[in-house]
Design a protein around this ligand. Sequence first.
Ligand SMILES: CC(=O)SCCNC(=O)CCNC(=O)[C@H](O)C(C)(C)COP(=O)(O)OP(=O)(O)OC[C@H]1O[C@@H](n2cnc3c(N)ncnc32)[C@H](O)[C@@H]1OP(=O)(O)O
Ligand SMILES: CC(C)C(=O)C(=O)O
Length: 438
Amino acid sequence: MQSTQTFKKYKPYPLVPLAHREWASNIITQAPIWVSTDLRDGNQALVAPMNATKKLAYFQKLVEMGFKEIEIAYPSASQMDFDFCRMLIEQNLIPEDVRVAVLMPSIEKHIKRTFEAMKGAKKVTMHLYNPTADNQRKIVFDKSKAEIIALAVEGTRIIKEEAAKFKGDVMFQYSPESFSQTELEFARDVVNAVISEWMPTKNAPMVINLPNTLEACTPNIYADRIEWMSKQMLERDAVILSVHPHNDRGTAVASAEMAILAGAQRVEGTLLGNGERAGNVDLVTMAFNLYSQGIDPMLDIYNIDTILQEIITLTHSTIPPRHPYVGSMIYTAFSGTHQDAIKKGMEFQKVALDGYWHVPYLIIDPKDIKRDYRDVVRINSQSGKSGVAYVLKEFYGIETTKSMQIEIATEVQRLCDEKGIEVNAEEIFKVFRQMCKL
Ligand SMILES: CC(=O)SCCNC(=O)CCNC(=O)[C@H](O)C(C)(C)COP(=O)(O)OP(=O)(O)OC[C@H]1O[C@@H](n2cnc3c(N)ncnc32)[C@H](O)[C@@H]1OP(=O)(O)O
Ligand SMILES: CC(C)C(=O)C(=O)O
């Protein structure tokens, strides 16, 4: 093995001084406020960002799924983004119950341009961000902590001034971008300075969004940070605490879930986790995680295969076969003992009286998302007699005795070994016919 010390250039992530940690004893009992950022954060990561026609088709899918808050653009970034906002507003394409969100930097001309883009919108979230992490302050902005706070407060002040003239309902959102690498005390100071400038009330709350911009710590530490911030924030009752997890360490879903345990009320993410680098948090997986715990996900995920087919066409992406809940292989077992348990579980499920799902190895009932029970078992050299019996029953309605199953499975196994790949139902039926001399 090559000897290398390069790992030493990475600093370990600091622990959080949390005296009485509460989140670890909590459970999730309801869906958070979902915010899709597919059309902004998701879109900015595509090789070919969507044009207005594609964005509109995507927007309509998000509405169909039941999203009530959708980040649609960074309007001051490009004419395309600006025009997309105008199109939605002027053609009255935003349903009454949907709030659209737009992102802007703390730069006066950008803020004014953003308000111009949103003129006529009935419900809008004006989302201000500026990076706050040490490396951003020093390297990118060459600003002191006090200057970074001043930048955030000045942006807030300008938005407040513009919002006072705006006809629609404005929700203000602030993100200390790169929160995940910002010293906690400083993140608190920036956020509290912004809250003090905006002065939200219980009846007119604002959003504080704490992004895991570059996911750099384990989900438990992110949760500690969220709980710490939640306890240190001014006007907590007038703040909707939001999170925006990214997936750099591959743990965005866990981070988001633990953040909810720690007090987050709102989650920003994308369908299938599209987004910068390793992506944003995957809201489809999050919604199904709630669903599989008996919690209403508050999103229409029942036609998810149809919706996602349209989404991946728009973004030129694919769904990995092992993607949780929605991959093509998620409800399929090849291995014999799993197939045996599934077969027995399916039989038990037919007579179960308690209304709950009991089938081993299937996280949810595939029928809930209109998948076919036939695909639950596929046969290769790892399969056994129960699997073969399952296929004969599902595809041909053939009941087999245990001794027949052993005989057929032995021959099917020989065939699989010979072919080195799975055998299909037709081939299994052929073996059955030969054995039974039909
Ligand atoms: C984590 C996120 O996803 S944040 C969103 C990221 N999305 C995007 O960047 C897409 C939209 N961005 C853009 O269109 C452009 O970057 C713009 C219009 C914002 C700025 O464009 P330009 O003026 O050409 O500068 P550039 O793209 O190089 O951006 C860097 C400048 O913005 C400043 N800046 C970056 N973020 C912010 C912010 N939130 N508030 C204020 N200034 C900012 C940087 O300090 C730098 O300023 P400098 O030129 O004085 O050094
Ligand atoms: C602007 C913020 C919310 C962002 O996109 C991020 O931090 O990833």
